[in-house]
Design a protein around this ligand. Structure first.
Ligand code: BGC
Length: 377
């Protein structure tokens, strides 16, 4: 815990000596799937007072998945509203790009780093550099592994996300009273993302007893995390794996009852595969994030549920943590047991994930201003 105190004291002193107005923001934009090239946009926010302001580096994984665009935009908006200068970067899901971006943030004088890692274990050098300069690091949504440079972690309760998905399946099929056997296939997340195991475990800890009893049958036999993981959470990878499964195990007319998908990008792949290669009874399909395409699919009956993680809540929490770190206050955490990154437990703030389906999406997503009605048409 010493490392945290040191950072807090140093940066607290720094913050006390600086007042910051609305700042300059530099945003590197990645331009789409598979495109490692970046264009850099700089914009000066109005309000002035940026020179000498406290600068927060925000490293996001990719613009390819909708949620990270929202996370980045929310972070930038909230940090600027709080008076910080923001250096927001997207790395096209390329680890080396992200490492360079973080190193640039450090070299260009960022006082705090907020990092959503592409691959949790690949940021070692950049983290060492941050630590050497006493720059506090907040791991954003995904834990940065095997580095003692990480001061805090802010995320959603990842295990609970999986539990919400698993419990939904249990309730929908009334598995405790079921006489029938239900078929299920599992699509999990990226093995390089520490969250993926938590999602899988949360759901599978609830569902495994039914597999063991025979109430659920996984016809492909692919149950272990390593067999069902999806590199980079890629829709196309999830789709082609599900196409193979459908043609190998369900082409004889067997119904597939359940598709446990850890998130929306993988669910989308599974939904595409079902549309192209399956004519049986439509299965329960789970997801996470309430991405626009998936929410549209929920409305259209092609996805049963999603887990809503309001990125505005996470951004607010992180901005609060940044302020607390810089002013030397006690940092608001609500979990000091769950997230060990290999160097010890990282004090964490876990936001609450919320169940979403076609019956509550209007209230959750439209009335709350997360999406407009038009975005979901
Ligand atoms: C996030 C999920 C997201 C996935 C793919 C995970 O780390 O927690 O919300 O769907 O990455 O981007």
């Amino acid at each position: 815990m010493k490392r945290k105190l040191l950072s807090v004291v140093l940066t607290g002193a720094l913050a006390a000596s600086m007042f910051v107005g609305c700042g300059t923001s530099t945003e590197t934009t990645d331009t789409g799937a598979g495109d490692a090239a970046s264009t850099t946009e700089s914009s000066d926010s109005t309000g002035g007072g940026a020179a000498g302001g406290t600068k927060v580096g925000v490293a996001m994984p990719t613009k390819d998945l909708q949620r990270w665009n929202q996370d980045g935009a929310n972070m930038q908006k909230e940090l600027e509203a709080a008076g910080y200068t923001v250096d927001l970067q997207y790395a096209s899901n390329d680890v080396q790009t992200q490492v360079s971006q973080i190193e640039n943030m450090i070299n260009s004088g960022c006082n705090v780093l907020v990092v959503a890692a592409i691959e949790g274990s690949s940021l070692g050098e950049a983290m060492d550099m941050a630590k050497a300069q006493d720059i506090p690091v907040i791991a954003y949504d995904r834990l940065i592994m095997n580095s003692d440079a990480v001061s805090y972690y802010a995320t959603f309760d990842n295990y609970k996300v999986g539990q919400v998905q698993g419990q939904y399946i249990i309730d929908q099929l009334d598995l405790d009273n079921a006489k029938d056997t239900f078929t299920m296939e599992i699509t999990a997340g990226d093995p390089g993302d520490n969250n993926a195991g938590f999602f899988y475990d949360g759901a599978m800890d609830l569902l495994k007893p039914y597999i063991e009893k025979g109430t659920i049958e996984v016809k492909s036999g692919q149950v272990d995390f390593s067999d069902v993981a999806t590199a980079a959470w890629a829709t196309e990878t999830a789709q082609s794996r599900m196409e193979n499964i459908l043609s190998s195990y369900y082409a004889d007319g067997t119904d597939l009852d359940i598709c446990l998908c850890s998130n929306d990008s993988t669910a989308l792949g599974v939904e595409n595969a079902l549309a192209a290669n399956y004519n049986g009874k439509y299965p329960i399909v789970t997801g996470q994030d309430c991405d626009i395409e998936n929410t549209k699919n929920m409305i259209a009956g092609k996805q049963s549920m999603s887990v809503f993680k309001d990125t505005r809540t996470l951004a607010s929490q992180v901005v609060k943590m940044v302020g607390q770190i810089l002013s030397g206050e006690t940092v608001d955490v609500n979990d000091t047991e769950t997230y060990d990154n290999g160097t010890g437990i990282i004090p964490s703030y876990l936001c609450e994930p919320v169940f979403a389906d076609k019956d509550n999406y209007e209230k959750l997503l439209i009335e709350s201003g997360y999406y407009t009605e038009d975005q979901l048409k």
